[in-house]
Design a protein around this ligand. Structure first.
Ligand code: NAP
Length: 315
């Protein structure tokens, strides 16, 4: 496949950034990859792994001449990084990101990005609980959705054809890495992800916290009998604390809306247990089985988005 971009700049070389670097190299999607990380240590590891031909600790130095810049750092860093890089980007280039929330990203960057840059926020719904440059693998995005949320103002760009071409190019880039691409508004994205990813993570963090605080069941018993279901929560709750702090701070409204619904449903289950209402419990659980069946049929089971199990790179 001919390269889609000549030079891409990946700001943040963790799980997602390194996976993009590996996939774009493997599928020939970019001729040159420039990377950026906060520490010298990550820069050196990225160079040793061949993730980029040049690594910088200063984002401003990493975007010069790039046709595509992808923000792959925690969402809370986007405004500062965006402010530093936007004026230095090549006119006509595309700025995108992989942040797990979208309206906050639009709010943080929309006014900073010059009119001659195509700003197309994105979110690959794929991941594992691992972090850092050694966690990436080129097949991470295979068969997973990537949601793009071009802001309304995109369609009012001076040259609409050029804006559409930029969107098509970015779609081809993600499809080249094996993703399926969907276009959504940022707020709709945030609602969907609140229930499919953010609230499930909060529940996992909470249940692990509750188990940690138990006094009548010892910590060693919790570990010993974890195969009863608890271990799956511990895997999810081992996800990066900075990333998840930023997600809850920036998707507050949608998460609170979904948590409200969750709490109501939990109260109904609590009531059914209290009154020995086996029929209600059975019906509820049977419906849940159907949801699981549909997830499997959609090919989104096991190594799934933002929820996945670390696995070997399939070449
Ligand atoms: P990660 O593995 O923790 O890596 C974060 C990277 O960002 C590291 O290379 C880090 O550099 C760098 N970084 C942090 N602050 C920086 C700064 N101020 N300036 C420059 N570089 C900085 O993170 P990740 O899991 O790849 O997540 C990155 C983004 O992807 C987040 O926005 C997250 O919401 C999104 N996302 C994650 C998943 C997932 O499952 N993990 C899925 C979809 C989307 P150092 O190593 O030098 O500190």
């Amino acid at each position: 496949m001919a390269a889609i971009y000549d030079t891409i700049s990946i700001i943040g070389m963790g799980l997602i950034g390194s996976s993009i670097a590996l996939a774009s190299k493997k599928y020939g999607l970019a001729n040159h990859v420039i990377g950026c990380a906060r520490t010298e240590e990550t820069c050196q590891t990225a160079l040793d792994l061949g993730l980029a031909e040049r690594m910088e600790t200063d984002p401003a130095k990493a975007v010069e001449g790039a046709d595509l810049v992808i923000l792959c750092t925690p969402v809370g860093t986007f405004k500062e990084i965006g402010t530093a890089i936007a004026p230095l980007m090549k006119p006509g280039a595309t700025l995108t990101d992989v942040g797990s929330v979208k309206q906050a990203v639009v709010d943080a960057l929309e006014d900073i990005v010059p009119a001659d840059i195509h700003f197309i926020p994105g979110h690959p719904v794929a991941g594992t609980e691992q972090s850092g440059p050694t966690a990436g693998f080129s097949s991470l995005f295979k068969g997973r959705w990537c949601i793009l949320t071009p802001p309304e103002s995109n369609v009012y760009q001076p040259d609409i054809d050029e804006a559409e071409q930029a969107l098509e190019k970015l779609k081809s880039f993600w499809m080249g890495m094996g993703s399926m691409v969907e276009i959504m508004t940022p707020t709709h994205h945030d609602l969907v992800l609140a229930i499919t990813s953010h609230v499930p993570h909060l529940i996992a963090y909470n249940i692990v916290g509750t188990a940690r605080d138990l006094e009548t069941v010892t910590a060693s018993e919790v570990i010993k009998y974890s195969a009863g279901g608890f271990r799956d929560f511990t895997r999810i709750a081992s996800s990066d604390p900075t990333m998840w702090r930023d997600i809850f701070l920036t998707n507050k409204d949608a998460v609170l809306e979904m948590l409200g619904r969750f709490t109501e449903d939990l109260s109904a289950l609590q009531r059914a247990i209290r009154w020995g209402d086996g029929e209600s419990l059975y019906d509820f659980f049977a419906e849940s089985r159907n949801v699981r069946r549909r997830v499997v049929e959609a090919g989104q089971d096991e190594d799934t988005p933002d929820f996945g199990r670390a696995h070997e790179d399939e070449s």
